[in-house]
Design a binder for this molecule. Structure first.
Ligand code: GDP
Ligand code: CA
Length: 342
């Protein structure tokens, strides 16, 4: 059983933890570090990556790696458990910029090693593999691309009023997505190649899952890499997604600000329509990406219309409050994939 997942940071990572727990029950393998004989490949978003103090930081890849490797700060959802920020404080004492991005001391080791390897000519794919040898996340984690693709946000500069592009992290972390976004630009995406293994993981999958990751700046960014959307459209595997929007709001974070910037309503139904059906109800080309979609019970009213449009939709509790709840969401996604398999 090969399962391929397109993941951002926190939402993706938490879902993956539940998925591995469920697979360890359905397809157990005591000898595998993942606990399951299923092979899970995670295609990670690298559009959030940035250079900071001369270090290459990959927030979404690291959140997945640390979460599945039991090294994540449970409270923050990013960075390492039990780390201090003394190094960053020291840099700030020198007046180093930027000061708004949190980088803990233990986390910094990852970025130092990654940067050193990048400077020696290694690809992000091979560096990620090397880092995962330590963390044993139980999945094959690959970046969407080895090429630099960075999400920038077009905003009106709060000081001058002129329209300018800022890095996604500056918009998200420094401004808390409160500056109205006019557009998201994936700098470098036109010439980016999918990383080795990305397209094969989609083509050869038995199931493709979209976890409750940000539809615009996590999943949307991955889909922008040439070839990935098409691979999702044409894979023989069923494609099933989990809504990150519950009751008309993101469960965590500011995905609503991202959705409004691209003209999509913040609702579980609107996000599904944005992805679109792979097949319409008559079995013809639906032009989109989804065979199945999970919405929360509070959004159950929208399931019939979506199913009519060709996206088999069911309602389940979708809050990843603890491991049992998260595992149940993964189980529902796997079951729905079997229902819609052609
Ligand atoms: P990021 O890169 O850290 O922002 O993480 P992702 O893109 O992977 O996921 C962010 C999305 O996860 C947000 O839009 C949240 O609404 C969603 N999310 C977080 N917790 C939950 C949850 O418990 N249930 C559901 N359905 N979505 C969640
Ligand atoms: Ca992210």
């Amino acid at each position: 059983m090969r399962i391929t997942v397109l993941a951002g940071g926190i939402g993706g990572a938490r879902f993956l933890r539940g998925l591995l727990a469920e697979l360890a029950v359905r397809l157990p393998d005591e000898n595998a570090s993942s606990g399951t004989s299923a092979e899970v490949t995670v295609i990670g978003n690298t559009g959030d990556d940035l250079w900071i103090y001369g270090l290459r930081v990959c927030p979404d890849l690291d959140t997945v790696m640390y979460t599945l490797g039991d090294g994540i700060s449970a409270e923050r959802g990013w960075g390492r458990e039990d780390e201090t920020f003394r190094l960053k404080d020291e840099l700030i004492a020198y007046g180093a910029q930027p000061q708004w991005f949190g980088l803990g001391d233990l986390d910094m080791a990852t970025h130092i090693l990654r940067t050193q390897a990048l400077n020696s000519g290694y690809t992000l794919t091979s560096i990620t593999q090397r880092l995962c040898e330590r963390w044993q996340p139980g999945v094959t984690l690959i970046p969407m691309s080895d090429d630099r693709v960075e999400t920038h946000v077009l905003v009106d500069d709060p000081d001058t009023g002129t329209r300018s592009a800022i890095h996604f992290q500056e918009w998200w972390v420094r401004h808390h997505a409160a500056l109205p976004a006019h557009e998201f630009v994936q700098v470098g995406v036109e010439t980016a190649q999918p990383a080795p293994g990305v397209l094969d993981a989609l083509r050869n999958a038995d199931v493709v899952l979209l976890p409750p990751s940000n539809p615009v700046v996590s999943v949307g960014t991955i889909l922008g890499v040439p070839g990935i959307r098409q691979a999702l459209r044409t894979t023989p595997a069923p494609v099933v997604g989990v809504s990150p929007i519950v009751g008309g709001a993101p469960v965590r974070g500011m995905a609503d600000a991202c959705l409004s910037a691209i003209g999509v309503e913040t609702s579980a139904v609107a996000v599904a329509r944005h992805y679109g059906p792979r097949r319409n109800r008559e079995g013809g080309d639906g032009g989109g990406l989804l065979d199945g979609w999970l919405v929360d019970d509070v959004d159950a009213a929208g399931t019939a219309a979506l199913s009519e449009s060709g996206i088999a939709t069911i309602a389940r509790p979708l809050l990843m409050t603890d491991m049992a709840a998260t595992q149940a969401i993964a189980a529902a996604a796997l079951d729905l994939a079997e229902t819609v398999r052609r």
